[in-house]
Design a protein around this ligand. Structure first.
Ligand SMILES: *Cc1c(COP(=O)(O)O)cnc(C)c1O
Length: 223
């Protein structure tokens, strides 16, 4: 009789796939970080991953993260919590207090509020700009055509440090061309972090330069 697969078994498998994809692409596997996407997953299932050494986690809702993470962070102060879902301006203060990285900076009003609240709270939250790489009306993010101007606005007018770009390509399409496009927008703006690749396409993303892959269901099972 075989025992059922655990989150830790699946984690080990994902880590091995990341290492192999990096080596196949001629990259150093330590240059690709695994962000475990723990949205909808209770703290009791996150703890074993922390105990196994995972330190990068992604959540898509401020409220859910506020309920789940303060206790986990008390036990594991060196963890990095990343907001990967849309952020409303009225939640910016909470987000700046809770998250180490906000990956979804996508409009001038939000960028301005981040600048204000980071200054007020004395926080140096790390920021990524989300690009709506497939120009899909239902998705957040600045359009590829507006990306350079928006990054310049964040840097020059608001004095925000932007460390990279994030995207979610269209489903049911080959993701590689979108990843390549995000990498080229980053390169021409002198940005070195690329958050791209999820369960269905993280190997393609690593091939095209991802520095963070955000993986949920390959670790925790289907939500
Ligand atoms: C849910 C989510 C992921 C993880 O998706 P999986 O397909 O489960 O790996 C990655 N990025 C974002 C922005 C998400 O909302």
């Amino acid at each position: 009789m075989s025992t059922p697969e655990t989150d830790l078994d699946r984690l080990t498998h994902v880590q091995a796939r990341i290492r192999r994809a990096a080596r196949d692409a001629g990259r150093d596997p330590t240059d690709v970080e695994l962000v475990c996407v723990s949205k909808t997953i209770p703290a009791s299932r996150v703890e074993p991953l922390l105990a196994a050494g995972c330190r990068q986690f992604g959540e898509n809702r401020v409220q859910e993260a506020a309920e789940k993470w303060p206790k986990l962070r008390a036990a594991f102060p060196d963890l990095t919590l990343r907001l990967i879902g849309p952020l409303q301006t009225n939640k910016v203060r909470d987000a700046v207090r809770l998250f180490d990285v906000i990956e979804t900076v996508d409009r001038p009003k939000l960028a301005a509020e981040l600048a204000t609240q980071m200054a007020r709270e004395g926080m140096k939250t790390r920021l990524l700009v989300q690009v709506n790489i497939g120009e899909e009306p239902q998705k957040a993010g600045v359009s590829p055509a507006e990306a350079d101007g928006f990054i310049r606005h964040c840097r020059e007018d608001l004095r925000l440090q932007i460390e990279g770009l994030m995207c979610i390509p269209p489903v049911d399409q080959l993701a590689s061309p979108y990843f390549a496009q995000l990498a080229s927008i980053a390169a021409r703006n002198g940005l070195h972090r690329l958050s791209m690749g999820m369960t269905s396409d993280f190997e393609q993303a690593i091939k095209l330069g991802a520095t963070e892959v955000r993986v949920g269901s390959a670790i925790f099972g289907a939500r």
